[in-house]
Design a protein around this ligand. Sequence first.
Ligand code: CO8
Length: 225
Amino acid sequence: MTDSIAQQQMLYVRDEMSDAEIAEQADLYGPLTDSVRELIELALLTEVDGPEVRAAQEHLESAKQILRTRVNPGPYGVRWGASGQKRAWGNAAAGLRNAIAPPLVFNFDADGRAWTDFHLGSAYEGPAGLTHGGIAALVLDQALGSAAEAGGAPGMTGTLNLRYLRPTPLGALHAEARIDRVEGIKTIVTGQLSGPDGVCVEAEGIFILPRWARGGDSAKVSDPV
Ligand SMILES: CCCCCCCC(=O)SCCNC(=O)CCNC(=O)[C@H](O)C(C)(C)COP(=O)(O)OP(=O)(O)OC[C@H]1O[C@@H](n2cnc3c(N)ncnc32)[C@H](O)[C@@H]1OP(=O)(O)O
């Protein structure tokens, strides 16, 4: 096993937190993440004058100073509580504690389907007034990976093919994905990202359970994402 894989495996942690403690943490940190996400949008769009910008920045410096007094060296990793509840709270596409992540909350069913209705604001712009193509890819990667996991056949993204059919607006969007088939350690998943006028991006992905997560000493980590 290479050092980098060993280091990565150490970021999968069972910390035995109870569901109540997890809910408490979600109630504490979720609103902080939402605030920072809103702040990103305000930093982008505010038109207040220089003194107000500088005053706001001073407040932010104070807030950062408070938060900095005790910090996990990071990355956050993936954690499981006592009941098996998973927290991928650092995930860049859907992490509850990651303000860079679009505000995605997924629904799942055990047949291998995942879907989410969400709203993308100005921070996710690519072409003027439209969603950045890389953000569409991020959302679909997560949707397809979540469907694979929900269906009990998780894996890392091996291949992701996207077809951009029409520009994706900002605003209200819907992403969904379902397992097409499972071929041993490979899960083939299809999905789409839609706006009010219909499907904007189609996706097909191959999700692969990596070698290190197949049996042996890595049997502890059956969910690599
Ligand atoms: C709920 C959370 C959802 C999260 C969704 C988002 C997930 C992510 O972002 S994951 C991060 C992005 N992906 C990565 O970084 C993956 C990097 N790549 C890797 O780690 C490895 O190359 C990996 C895991 C894909 C395959 O490695 P490994 O397990 O050693 O594969 P290996 O044993 O050589 O091959 C196994 C099979 O897969 C096939 N295969 C290998 N790589 C690929 C690939 N990239 N695409 C398609 N097929 C592949 C092989 O041909 C082989 O097929 P067969 O059994 O039919 O001969």
